[in-house]
Design a protein around this ligand. Structure first.
Ligand code: ZN
Ligand code: ZN
Length: 296
């Protein structure tokens, strides 16, 4: 069994094509999770466009069935969908999941973005079969993958998703301001060196993950002026990963103001924090085009 993860967009908020972002990439969130023949797509930021080009070239252009999980419908997470070429082919099928029973919210929001004021092609004119579906409360089995959702702290709300198969677990958790949920929030803001402790619910959700793809937008010194904007200190993601026994932590949703040099600096600061905490998690900054294989 093969469990593959590929990053097609790692940038937060807005695409940032620039010489200064070439290394980590400028496309907004899109992550492919492939478990054998089951294709899962996390978010449809501008990175989704390139995944579409790639899918069109795979297996001699064989029909595609993709399962979409959206963290939320902020623009940076859906803007690639109208430019996702496979959705124009009648040979393909896409399922767009809601997080509760009878929940077609993301399906409706995607079609809203394609109303004629915003885009020339209507959602109803897409060639592919695009259908809504919803997760059951305790999670659903989709193509041999157990998928569960968890509500996160973000303006307007957002969801993390956990994907488990064959004893491997990947969690996609972006746009989540952990710092607002810390049990020792005030103390940790005044003293960033304190270990930051999150309550048990999210920790249990990510417990033992082989890979946690986590919102890690801000440097410690940036965060105090951005409290409530919906994103955490990158170093808080490290504390949480260690607390939950996560094996690999991918720093994700890079700030649009961060050049490659700043993202590298953020990665270094996170590794230093890991060393202070004595954790064994492998920490790295997610880079557009990076592919990981979680072997069974
Ligand atoms: Zn975002
Ligand atoms: Zn957002």
């Amino acid at each position: 069994m093969a469990f593959l993860v590929k990053f097609w967009g790692t940038r937060g908020s807005i695409p940032t094509p620039s010489h200064s972002t070439r290394r980590f990439g400028g496309n907004t969130p899109c992550v492919e999770v492939k478990v054998d023949d089951t294709l899962i797509i996390c978010d449809g930021g501008s990175g989704l466009r390139e995944l579409g080009v790639d899918l069109g070239q795979r297996d001699g252009g064989a029909p595609v069935h993709g399962h979409f999980f959206f963290s939320h419908a902020h623009w940076d997470h859906i803007q690639g969908f109208p430019f996702f070429m496979p959705v124009y082919s009648p040979r393909n099928t896409f399922t767009v999941y809601g997080t509760e029973e009878e929940d077609d919210r993301f399906f409706r929001l995607l079609s809203g973005q394609m109303s004629s004021e915003y885009f020339p092609v209507a959602f109803s004119d897409l060639g592919a079969k695009v259908e809504p579906a919803s997760l059951e409360k305790q999670g659903s089995e989709i193509g041999g993958v157990l998928v569960r959702a968890f509500p996160q702290t973000h303006p307007g709300g957002s969801f993390a998703y956990s994907f488990e198969s064959g004893g491997k677990k990947v969690v996609y958790a972006t746009d989540h301001e952990y710092d607002l949920d810390l049990l020792n929030r005030e103390a940790s803001l005044e003293n960033p060196d304190l270990v930051r402790v999150l309550g048990p619910d999210f920790i249990e959700f990510i417990r033992g993950a082989d890979l946690l793809i986590s919102d890690s937008q801000y440097l410690d010194e940036e965060y105090p002026s951005r409290v409530g904007w919906g994103h955490p200190r990158a170093t808080t993601a490290v504390d949480i990963a260690v607390q939950a026994g996560v094996k690999q932590l991918a720093l994700f949703h890079h700030d649009p103001m961060h050049s490659d040099a700043v993202v590298l600096h953020k990665e270094k600061l996170c590794r230093e924090r890991l060393a202070v905490l004595g954790g064994s998690t492998v920490v790295f900054a997610a880079r557009e085009g990076m592919a990981l294989r979680l072997d069974h």
